[in-house]
Design a protein around this ligand. Structure first.
Ligand code: C5P
Length: 220
């Protein structure tokens, strides 16, 4: 089968991760969670006493952590300086600070380079999920998908994942993070002109997966 590069972008809670992992697993492709990389660098900054509100300090430290992503969709991993970071990167503190760190151009430059290297090395092809994959990281991707969903649906899914977190508070936090990610100057969250938009509000996860698998197969 021919190698294929799939970019899946969209705001938080649209089902990007679940969809991307399942599509990659079904089609025998690698998988890259780029949000995990921005979370990992944010976690390192917090752990090492860098003031994440200080863009100069963040830029100065950006090259220090060594971030390694495992691309098996059945068991995606992320390490920082050799230590497993998959738990710590999902804390509320990291979630609330990641948008400030990911807006710093030097952080984006380093992480984007890492993402391109991983995508180039994926011989069977790869599903890469994030915010700027179709627009900036892999503008020549074979297929670009932009997932959307209503804020209510996104908040309900996220609070379910967070085991019963308050839906209203989750919705406000999501809206705030999406606004920050969409309004930053360097490669904001945006739909590429040639991306296929899929509104997942009224779809089950299986329906979204099937839809994306069909779109990938049409490209192969
Ligand atoms: O996808 P996830 O919610 O884990 O992403 C965490 C954060 O990482 C986003 O809110 C955004 O600030 C940043 N991010 C980004 N560009 C990407 C992927 C994630 O700026 N391609």
């Amino acid at each position: 089968m021919e190698s294929v590069i799939v970019a899946i972008d969209g705001p938080s809670g649209t089902g990007k991760s679940s969809t991307s992992k399942a599509v990659a697993a079904k089609l025998g492709l690698s998988y890259l969670d780029t949000g995990a990389q921005y979370r990992a660098i944010t976690w390192w900054m917090i752990s090492n006493g860098v003031d994440v509100g200080d863009a100069v300090a963040v830029a100065d430290a950006a090259a220090k952590p060594v971030i390694v992503s495992g691309t098996d969709p059945a068991r995606p991993t992320i390490t920082v300086d050799g230590a497993d970071a998959s738990g710590p990167i999902r804390t509320e503190e990291v979630t609330s600070k990641v948008s400030a760190v990911s807006a710093v151009p030097e952080v984006r430059r380093i992480i984007t380079e890492l993402q391109r290297t991983i995508a180039r090395g994926a011989e069977q092809g790869i599903v890469v999920e994030g915010r700027d994959i179709g627009t900036t990281v892999l503008p020549d991707a074979d297929l670009k998908i932009f997932l959307t969903a209503s804020p209510e649906a996104r908040a309900a899914r996220r609070s379910g994942e967070l085991k019963g977190a308050d839906v209203h508070a989750t919705k406000q936090a999501l809206i705030k993070r999406d606004a920050a990610d969409s309004s930053r100057t360097t490669s904001p969250l945006a739909k590429a002109d040639d991306a296929v938009e899929v509104d997942t509000t009224d779809l089950t996860l299986d329906q979204v997966i099937e839809c994306v698998v069909t779109l990938v197969e049409e490209k192969r």
